[in-house]
Design a protein around this ligand. Structure first.
Ligand SMILES: [Zn+2]
Length: 475
């Protein structure tokens, strides 16, 4: 919208400019009369005298003569001009406005009137043509602007940025443009190495300093975990602390959870390696050590062991007590996983089977088509991932939501199948039998209900806000 607006303003400017041309020309004449006529010393550059200016008119050629590279003389008006301004010449950009002026018209003898009128018409036509050409140029510029705008949006979309991110980038640039601060685009490099250097050398120290200041004035805990990527063990440490917000008499606190360091374990990822990482990234001075209250982790031996784990080693180094919390979400997930081992095998088999059955794009499309034909919402099964918390609960919820559709699908597929693939036909028949069985559906609904309660608890624990009361009610 905004670029449209500025386009209009530009062309409005242009129109105003040409409408006031007459006034501007006479101002120009006065300016020219005040300054010495030879060469302008100011920063304004004058038009160069060219043969083209005669417009092929021999009549004009008979009284307009070149005086210098950028000025001319009118033989008919020399005396008059000199009397009025003390000068005999005018700058080339005023050539036509002079011929059209009252002074020149009055100095044209009666017998030349016809020739003068023909020349006047020629000049007016030329000026009109020039004006049209300029407005066309303006239009081309406008089109170019629109093209750049669409190109810019298309590029950002192709980089898979979200609409909200694109909107933010656009407004950021627009804001800089309005403040005339876009010159940096011309004078800087955007290669990856430079950007990485800016982040690590300029931003990181500032962010680190800022975080350190907060940890020096508040109690904090850490959470720590590792992940193996292409046979390299990467350790990440986050700090958690309460940040005071608002004025001091208001007791508003917000839990901050910030990444403070990532490090790569060269050798083994034992308790000593963890201890070194924590000392290097977090506990590097006395105040930090005294504000440190505890740690949370996923219950691995190298972290929890009182002898050789990180917790034990940290305890040995300081006299004060440390709070060691095995991540409750992890614990809940482990408990859930082992509880699932106790439910009848056929239930888990069905859940896993039907999810992998619909992993094929062709079957997904067939299900969608069937839903469309029956005017049902187009919903597929979720991607069920064993290792992700909450995944089973969410998957079961969806399974129940489209239970009827799945039953219809299996029925349709059975009739389609005939004797193509014995194995698959058998599978489909089994699915259909289970989906038609109301007792089986009740079993799944019951399982979904229990898991949804556990998931809600897990979500409450993962919540970053201060809701201890909430936790109590959930437990
Ligand atoms: Zn003249």
């Amino acid at each position: 919208m905004n670029h449209q607006k500025s386009k209009v303003t530009n062309s409005q400017k242009k129109t105003r400019k040409s409408a006031s041309q007459g006034v501007r020309v006479s101002n120009q004449l006065q300016n020219d009369q005040q300054t010495p006529f030879s060469v302008s010393k100011g920063n304004k550059r004058h038009k160069i005298f060219r043969e083209k200016m005669y417009l092929n008119s021999s009549y004009m050629k008979s009284f307009i003569k070149k005086a210098s590279s950028d000025s001319f003389k009118c033989l008919k008006c020399t005396d008059n001009l000199k009397k009025k301004t003390g000068k005999e010449t005018m700058y080339c950009e005023n050539i036509y406005s002079h011929i059209l002026s009252d002074m020149h018209k009055n100095n044209t003898p009666k017998p030349e009137e016809e020739k003068y009128n023909t020349l006047k018409q020629l000049i007016q036509e030329t000026l009109q043509r020039k004006k049209t050409k300029e407005s066309k140029k303006e239009e081309v510029k406008g089109n170019k602007c629109e093209k750049s705008y669409l190109g810019f949006i298309a590029f950002l979309v192709s980089q898979r940025l979200s609409y909200s991110q694109i909107s933010k980038i656009g407004r950021f640039l627009q804001n800089l443009y309005e403040k005339d601060e876009l010159d940096f685009l011309q004078n800087n490099h955007f290669d990856e190495e430079t950007i990485s250097k800016i982040v690590s050398d300029c931003f990181r120290p500032i962010l680190q300093e800022d975080l350190q200041e907060k940890l020096m004035s508040s109690k904090f805990s850490i959470s720590i975990d590792t992940s193996t990527i292409v046979s390299e063990t990467i350790c990440a440490i986050k700090v958690k602390f309460a940040e005071h917000q608002g004025s001091f008499d208001q007791n508003i606190q917000k839990i901050e959870n910030k990444l403070i360091g990532i490090t790569s374990f060269k050798g083994s990822s034992d308790g000593i390696a963890y201890l070194e990482a924590v000392k290097e990234k977090v506990l590097y001075n006395d105040i930090l050590r005294s504000n440190f209250v505890g740690l949370t982790h996923d219950n691995a031996a190298s972290l929890k062991s009182p002898e050789v784990g990180l917790y034990g080693l940290l305890k040995k180094e300081s006299e004060k007590s440390l709070f060691d919390l095995t991540d409750p979400c992890h614990g809940v997930d482990l408990a859930l996983k082992s509880s699932l081992k106790n439910i009848p095998e056929r239930i888990i088999e069905f859940i896993e089977g039907i999810h992998s059955f619909f992993a094929y794009p062709q079957r997904k499309a067939q299900l969608k088509n069937l839903q469309e034909r029956n005017k049902k919402p187009k919903l597929l099964l979720k991607d069920y991932v064993h290792t992700r918390w909450l995944s089973l609960g969410l998957s079961l919820k969806r399974l129940l939501e489209i239970w009827g559709c799945l039953e219809g699908f299996m029925n349709w597929k059975k009739n389609q199948q005939k004797k193509k693939n014995k194995n698959e036909s058998k599978k489909i028949e089994q699915f259909e039998k289970s989906l038609k069985n109301p007792t089986f559906k009740l079993e799944i609904r019951f399982l979904e209900y229990i898991i949804s309660v556990i998931n809600r608890f897990s979500e409450a624990l993962q919540n970053q806000a201060f809701h201890i009361s909430n936790l109590k009610s959930e437990i």
